[in-house]
Design a binder for this molecule. Structure first.
Ligand SMILES: Nc1ncnc2c1ncn2[C@@H]1O[C@H](COP(=O)(O)OP(=O)(O)OP(=O)(O)O)[C@@H](O)[C@H]1O
Ligand SMILES: [Mg+2]
Length: 336
């Protein structure tokens, strides 16, 4: 097990953690070639402090897209502008790709989930114990001092006091002032990069809110993420991944992907609160591969992950039955 897993334990994605352990290591150099980023060296001239080596992710699974070259676009944005924003519904691989980018670039990753309402003290730092002797840097201060990628997940959920302190830092030559600590001034490290991610702001995405305006102005590049398959758009690449990772026939994988595509359409319409990611689909497929029927295994994975609400679960079951062509389905895939 690696340190990456320890960092991830504070995050929200169990399936990514599992796949970390399963994927064989590919050299960073060949990854750079594979994703077409050899000309953007984000770590040039950076000597990574020994204590931070464990914050560089490794063994991150491949990121699959349909030709959008997201990895290249993120790294290019960091190279030219030092920061980048990722927008897309839940489960479209935003967190995954940030880990992969950090691995490819050989940079420490400082991950902060802004939705968790972590206090400014934890993020910036505080004195521990009695008196003013033992100051402990928070993650944002550490990033500012030592460099790497600061990843602000769910950036639109950030608390105002944290946003206010971060704003000056997002000017690429910015610095921060630690008022608590005798106004120490910390310049933003020359290898300090920022990636923010969030769900799109719309009435359907309960809980989301518009991004703080000062933040918005400081981001140069915005990349939109979407599911590989949605509605009638079915991605052969997604079918392949599900088939390969769970070792099930492509025909079966295709059926699972079609269910997911329909659920994602409903989610984007605001009908259901969550739709399955590729990771959720692989979990489902693993149980199918073990001999559990698609409906029974969906119950433990796809249905449960969507909601606790009885009616929502019933709606998901109906979609499953209809798309899988099983008896008992009452609504058609096209109906709202
Ligand atoms: N394009 C992709 N290629 C490979 N794996 C993917 C891709 N998209 C999603 N996944 C997998 O789907 C799961 C969910 O992805 P991830 O957690 O990165 O989504 P997210 O966009 O960060 O979601 P949220 O907005 O809820 O944080 C993970 O297991 C991830 O590895
Ligand atoms: Mg995420």
């Amino acid at each position: 097990m690696t340190q990456t897993i320890r960092i991830k334990a504070e995050g929200d994605n169990a399936s990514l953690i599992v796949s970390l352990a399963l994927t064989p290591k590919m050299g960073e150099e060949s990854l750079r070639t594979k994703y077409g980023v050899t000309k953007y060296d984000l770590a040039q001239g950076y000597s990574i402090p020994e204590t931070l080596r464990s914050l560089v992710p490794n063994n991150i699974p491949e990121y699959v897209d349909s030709g959008e070259q997201y990895v290249q676009r993120i790294i290019r944005s960091l190279f030219f502008f030092k920061q980048c924003s990722l927008i897309g519904p839940s489960g479209t691989g935003k967190t995954h790709i940030v880990y992969l980018v950090a691995q490819i670039c050989g940079l420490p990753l400082w991950e902060i989930n802004c939705g968790l309402q972590t206090s400014a003290y934890d993020l910036f730092g505080r004195f521990v114990g009695l008196g003013k002797e033992n100051w402990v840097d928070g993650q944002i201060v550490s990033w500012c001092r030592y460099g790497g990628i600061l990843y602000l997940d769910e950036a639109n959920m950030m608390k105002q006091d944290v946003a206010t302190r971060l704003n000056p830092l997002l000017d690429t030559r910015g610095h921060m002032v630690l008022n608590e600590k005798d106004n120490e001034i910390i310049p933003r490290h020359p290898h300090g990069y920022v990636i923010i991610s969030m769900n799109p702001y719309s009435a359907e995405f309960a809980g989301t809110k518009p991004l703080n305006a000062a933040f918005r102005r400081r981001m140069s590049v915005w990349l939109n993420f979407d599911y590989l398959s949605v509605g009638s758009r079915i991605s052969d690449r997604e079918i392949e991944i599900v088939g390969q990772r769970a070792k099930i026939p492509l025909e079966t994988a295709g059926n699972l992907v079609r269910v997911a595509a329909e659920l994602r359409k409903r989610y984007k319409n605001g009908d259901i609160p969550y739709a399955p990611s590729v990771g959720d689909l692989v979990n489902w497929a693993v149980l199918v591969a073990d001999g559990v029927s698609p409906l029974d295994s969906a119950e433990e994975t796809i249905v449960s992950v969507t909601s606790d609400d009885i009616e929502v679960r019933a709606a998901v079951r109906r979609i499953l039955q209809t798309v899988l062509g099983l008896s008992g389905g009452v609504s058609s895939p096209g109906s709202p």
